[in-house]
Each structure stands twice: as C-alpha cells, then as structure tokens.
Design a protein around this ligand. Structure first.
Ligand code: FEO
Length: 398
C-alpha cells in the first residue's frame, strides 16, 4: 500500500493490520491500522511508530520518502506497544538526535525498553518546539489512553496528531474519513470509544475545553488508528462530547446466557414487557455476541437486564467474563435488574445483583429467579418485570 501525503510534506507511513481479530479483549472483526506520520521539514520528524512486527513495513514506507537515517526527531505520543513496539528497531536504524515524550512517557519508555541511553527530551504540557518552517505544540492528555499519552499539534498545518483519541479499529485501503461509508465509520468510532475510552469519559469534556482554551485551530485530526478526519473534524469531536456525557436513550439491553433454555424463555418474556412499554430493546445472547459489541450497545442504553442460570453455585462463565469487562469500563447513568433459573441453590440472581450494585447501576427490582423451568405464571412475572423497567426508563429519559 502506498504512502499517503496527508498535508504538504506530511505523510502517513503507518501499517495496516488486516487480520488482527483480538485487541486485548476487543474483537476487531475488520482489523486495524497503526498510524505513524512523517513530517519533512528542516528537522525531519517521525510521530509514533507501529506494532513491532510491522517495523519493516514502516521502514519501507519511510524509505519511499526519505532515507530513514535522515530522520532527526522521533515523537512518542503514546508508549503502548501498538505504537512503540517498533521503536527499538527504529532507534537502532535511525539513531535520532532527540526522542520527544511527556514526563510520564519518559517513565513508561524506561519501564518498557530499559534504555536510559536514548536521547530523551521530556516536553511538558503546552511546550512548543520548532521543526524549521513548522512548529509542534504538545498537549498532555493523561489517561486518554494511558498516563503518558499526549497530542502533537502543528499550527501551520492546522493538524492535530491525536494518538489513540478519535481512532477506530478498522483496516482499510482508504486513509481519510470522507473516502469511506460514514455510518460504518461512526459505528467503528463508537465501538472504539466504548471499549477503549469509556472509563475515562470524565476527562473527555475537560480535554475538549483545554483544546478550545489553547485556541488550537484544527482542520485535520490524524489519530493513531483508522481513518484521518479532514474537512469536518468537528463531527468526531461532537460525537466524543456526546458519548462522554453518557446520556442514555430509551433503550434496554437484555444480556443473558442459558443452559436448558429456561433463562432464555424468561428473557423473551421480559422483552415482551419492554416492547409493551415502547422501549427499544437489544437481545444479546452471550453465546453469539462478543463482549466488545455488547459494550458498544451499553454506550447509549438506559437499562441492563442481565440473566444467567445458577451453575456450580455461581453464574455461567460467559456472564462472569462480561461483568468483569463491564466493571472495568464503569458505565454511568444506568438502571438494572437480574433474572435466571436455578435448580437447588439459586445464587445466580444475587451474584448479578451484587455486581450491578458494585457498578453503581441502580436496581429497579430485586430480580426474578425461577426453579428449573418457568411456568406461565413465572413468565407473566417476567413480562411484568419488563413493563416495570420500561416505565422506569421512560421516567428517567423522558
Ligand atoms: Fe493504540 Fe493505547 O494504544
């Protein structure tokens, strides 16, 4: 794939990982990219590298533009291995004059690569350096995605190199947002936000305010994954403002697994109750829906209604997996309830209730548990539970 000039003398030199399907627990059905950018100026500068196994690809792309040995600076916006894995190889080949990183980035680089002989230059929030005709201003973006993360802003080009923020896990031959189908682009962007950044949602509006107060004029956002936003970068900034507010819609998720179909029957009756109240519902069987797709649905849902039969005094492992992932991402402004069948001990529903309470998800009902196989009366109770949750959703989202 060819190198792409994204602005005059600024090139995308990253790598496309068409076949990755698991990104630390996130299912990347359509692969991803590791974007790196080369700025040709008096000081030739490489912004980020790529995952280790794509180092040669990065070198080939740089080689289309310039001899890699002529690169003067490397900027490390983020130390996670998908962007720094190839850094040791680049350091050997390029031997840059300076490696720019944030204060936390310096610590993280030392802890990853154990090289105190690299020519680090630690840059604080707001520091500006000159590349010749251009300058680069650094913006610390702690915890978006890691403590070391920062943006690099090039005012002369109105270009924000945004590291993980505003990215998508989507491998494409196209490089720009306006070259792909917009609905799919925003679906990938939402999934990325939900799985990578949801936990840090409180920091997103603060960062948007900081960028506005710094007076950064941006007409292109170049993230480290996926498509580059040009022309209307305000669209993805607006989407981040919306997602980070975690304002739920009139929407419920029924998330369940089942052993001998009893919990599934309960799920279907709860669905009927919700539909009677006019709620938009997603039925998410854990056998066929991946945790990372479920979290994407969680982003704008109000109610999480979670079901599992009791197995070995606990819950099914698929649900334990989901609850662990969900707890880590800390969704806000949700209500919930539990349901499930049991044979003799019946711990499933109380375990789910405790997990929801630990996540500060308000229980609207103590939950329903059914011995072995639900009767018609049991299913009527499940319909009533769906209706009750439906009314609670409408009261809270209007
Ligand atoms: Fe794309 Fe936080 O790494």
């Amino acid at each position: 794939m060819k190198t792409t000039e994204i602005k005059k003398d600024i090139y995308w030199v990253g790598a496309v990982d068409w076949n990755i399907r698991d990104f630390h627990g996130y299912t990347t059905y359509k692969g991803t990219t590791y974007n790196a950018y080369l700025v040709m100026d008096e000081k030739i500068t490489l912004f980020d590298t790529v995952k280790r196994e794509f180092g040669k690809s990065l070198l080939h792309r740089i080689g289309d533009i310039v001899d890699p040995k002529k690169i003067d600076y490397i900027v490390v916006n983020h130390v996670e291995m998908d962007h720094s894995g190839a850094l040791p190889e680049m350091m050997e080949i390029i031997a840059p004059e300076k490696v720019f990183c944030s204060p936390m980035g310096h610590k993280a680089l030392l802890a990853h690569f154990h090289r105190d002989d690299w020519p680090y230059e630690v840059v604080e929030q707001g520091r500006t350096i000159s590349l010749g005709k251009r300058s680069v201003q650094f913006v610390e973006t702690r915890m978006l995605h890691w403590p070391d993360s920062m943006f690099s802003y090039i005012p002369e080009d109105k270009l924000l190199i945004s590291s993980d923020a505003f990215g998508q896990h989507w491998a494409t031959s196209e490089r720009f947002d306006d070259e792909v189908e917009p609905v799919e682009l925003f679906q990938h962007s939402a999934k990325y936000y939900a799985n990578i950044l949801l936990l840090y949602s409180k920091l997103v509006p603060k960062l948007i305010t900081k960028v506005q107060e710094m007076g950064l004029v941006i007409d292109m956002i170049a993230p480290d994954h996926g498509l580059i936003w040009r022309g209307r970068p305000d669209k993805i900034i607006g989407a981040y403002a919306e997602w980070s507010a975690q304002r739920p819609k009139n929407k419920a998720l029924i998330i369940y697994d089942t052993m001998w179909q009893s919990t599934k029957k309960m799920a279907n009756s709860i669905l009927n109750g919700l539909l009677r109240e006019g709620v938009s519902v997603r039925m998410l069987d854990l056998k066929t829906n991946h945790r990372s797709d479920i979290i994407t649905e969680v982003l704008d849902a109000k109610a999480l209604i979670i079901g599992s039969p009791t197995l070995n005094n606990g819950i099914l492992p698929t649900l334990a997996d989901l609850l662990s992932y969900l707890k880590g991402l800390k969704p806000e402004n949700k209500i919930g309830a539990a349901f499930g069948s049991y044979g003799w001990s019946g711990e499933g529903v109380p375990i789910i209730n405790r997990a929801l309470e630990e996540m500060k998800i308000r229980l609207v009902d103590p939950g329903i548990k059914v011995k072995y196989v639900p009767t018609h009366d049991d299913l009527r109770l499940c319909i009533a539970l769906g209706e009750k949750i439906g009314r609670a959703i409408k009261e809270s989202v209007g």
